[in-house]
Design a protein around this ligand. Sequence first.
Ligand SMILES: [Zn+2]
Length: 291
Amino acid sequence: MTSPVLGSQDTCSKCGASLSATLRHCPTCQTDAGAPNVRHCRTEGNLKALKARFDDAQSRASAKGCLKEFGDLEATIKNKSSVVVSMTAGMAKNLFENPNVLYTNYEQLVGANARKPAGPDNDRHRCAVGGLLFGSYANLIRYGALSLTKEGLPTYGDVHCRLRSVTIDKRTSFLETNSYRFVSDHKIVAGVKLPAGYMACWEYRYHLVLAKLADSLLVEQTESDWQEILIQSDGKDRKNDSFVEAHIYEGFDRNAIESLVTATGKKLSKSEKLDLDLAMNEFKRLGGKTK
Ligand SMILES: [Zn+2]
């Protein structure tokens, strides 16, 4: 069963007008219908398919004697997971130096001429993948990784920023893997609907994680084992990363960040070190935790 995304319609709960699934506000009465990426995850087709994958994962875990671990991981994801956005030291410095700065994504930075595009093939690829998943609001999506700790993906930057759940839970959805791999594995091209059951809103993120990781469960695993299988990265090549990708609708400022830690094993230039120190000092001054 596939779930429609692009070009489909919702109905405004206030005035009854039809509302594109890619719009946040009703064009007729301007009622906030909620972030479109989250609304997509809440469609009946997606919820049903995701629950079926979760139930199936539970049966497989049970068959191999890991039902306790399955339940423990479920509770851990519900209670301890949030989103970590990993960014360059320069971006962290900008965020912490100025309370008015919002974290921006690649498309916005390129659009505003604030950074050079990646190589032409890379640039086309990034924009195409965003368009296939989100359509016209792709440039409003910020990317992160679901994590049980303060650590995220070292391949995306030198600084890991864990976000306060309360600042993102209503506008964040999750994809089972990174969007490049997802689009390629599921052979999603223009005109093909997205497969249902691979995306989740905040409260069902545990469905997605268990569907993905049930086969990696082993008896007596602990939380640190689960973090290791939840986020896998060699720190060098994004192609080798494995994680649950978070999609945050629109940006956030420094107040959304609950912890700031540096990625391990990185060689920073002098100016990157300076940027990092500035960000860390400002974060500490504001009362944040860097350890
Ligand atoms: Zn309306």
